[in-house]
Design a protein around this ligand. Structure first.
Ligand code: SF4
Length: 395
């Protein structure tokens, strides 16, 4: 695939690799640098070793909602034709026909392949198969998801692995692994590139945040549309802007950790590290984004982070809900130093809860049930603090 738009040399359509029958094919690309505008694009959703949790997550997405993409009302983005067993009105051979046309380069628009679930090693299924979708019309044999991946990936404009099973192997690839499950990028290999030259994009999570997927898909579509650069992905193909920070840095309970206060039982409001939270070393934006429309999420709902977005999940985070060994050092350090800082902060907080007019008297509030006026050494500390605050050194 070449584009000689910048130097006037012979131009080959970027759609040649896709075998697309479209008016777009006829355009003189020497007059344009971008590949769009596309009128529509197919989103072909294929499942392997999956629980369908990723699908449920995407149905709940709001930024943008999947139905807005399907209706073609998101500015700048082409109309999305979603082929998914959950939403498609077509059944049986009619459903498979779209996949077949895509694999043979006969669709009238590019397609993005979304793969949900791990990729099974069907050789281990002996005479049966682990998961199949439709039958080969010539042989009558079931076509496995793994085979569909192999057929569809080469001509796809992009391949997005949604969820931890597709991105890293996930639970199906955990210890034992009777199905020989691997990740999409393991299966396609390091050298795989889509028809537009894009390596596998990974949006992990078990289940992933629906909006993480929709935002990534929208960003990739903008790139394909020629309206934006290829978004920034990290060395494992994760959207860098979503997965470069740890859960812990944005956790609503991080203040408790810093002050060395830890939950002892589920339902407590403090930091969950001693109940098994791996947030300090897990790359995920759940604490920022919540799970649906900015609400919910693990720590917000009282659940410790079990590392479900990470390639090492689940084996490297097992046993789940046990204190991570490394946290013994960090949480005990927090307990000592954070405990000291928490007490000092409390003294300052008492001072800042009083106006300068109330110095030396009780606060004039009818709600006060006990004496609130600082006394003894606390008063001296407040005075020293304020003197320091307003000095040249502290101010
Ligand atoms: Fe960090 Fe987890 Fe504690 Fe939140 S609950 S502050 S992520 S250790």
């Amino acid at each position: 695939m070449t584009n000689g738009a910048t130097n006037g040399t012979a131009v080959t359509s970027p759609f040649d690799a896709l075998g697309i029958r479209s008016a777009l094919e006829e355009r003189d690309l020497s007059k344009q640098l971008r590949m769009g505008p596309l009128e529509k694009i197919y989103l072909l959703w294929v499942s392997g070793g999956s629980c369908d949790g990723c699908t449920v997550a995407v149905v709940g997405a709001t930024n943008p909602p999947v139905e807005h993409l399907m209706a073609g009302i998101v500015p700048g983005l082409p109309k999305v034709e979603l082929l998914h067993t959950l939403t498609s009105l077509e059944m049986g051979d009619d459903y498979i026909q779209t996949l077949r046309m895509a694999s043979q380069g006969e669709l009238d628009a590019p397609y993005v392949l979304v793969y949900e679930g791990s990729v099974f090693d069907e050789d281990l299924a002996n005479d049966g198969n682990f998961y199949s979708l439709g039958r080969d019309p010539e042989t009558g044999s079931p076509i496995s998801s793994t085979e569909w991946l192999g057929r569809l990936a080469p001509k796809a404009a992009a391949v997005i692995a949604i969820g931890t099973c597709a991105a890293w192997g996930g639970i199906p690839a955990g210890e034992g692994n009777p199905t020989g499950s691997v990740a999409v990028m393991d299966h396609l290999g390091k050298d795989y590139r889509s028809a537009f030259g894009v390596p596998v994009v990974n949006v992990p999570g078990c289940s992933p945040i629906g909006d993480n997927f929709m935002e990534t898909a929208a960003a990739v579509l903008l790139f394909l549309q020629g309206l934006g650069p290829l978004p920034d992905f990290d060395e494992l193909g994760r959207p860098a802007w979503l997965f470069s920070e740890t859960v812990h840095r944005h956790c609503p309970r991080a203040g408790y950790y810093e002050e060395g206060v830890f939950a002892e039982a589920y339902g407590d409001q403090e930091c969950l590290v001693e109940l098994g939270c791996w947030g300090p070393v897990v790359q995920c934006n759940i604490a920022d984004r919540g799970i649906v429309n900015g609400t919910g999420g693990c720590m917000q709902m009282g659940g410790p982070c079990i590392g479900c977005t990470m390639p090492g999940f689940p084996d490297k985070f097992s046993p789940l809900f046990m204190t991570p060994p490394g946290s013994l050092l960090s949480s005990n350090t927090s307990r000592v130093f954070g405990g000291f800082i928490r007490r000092i902060r409390h003294i300052t907080m008492v001072d800042k809860n009083r106006t300068p007019r109330w110095e030396g008297v009780e606060a004039p509030s009818g709600w006060a049930r006990y004496n609130t006026r600082p006394r003894g050494p606390i008063t001296l500390i407040h005075k020293a603090y304020r003197a320091y605050q307003h000095s040249k050194i502290g101010g």
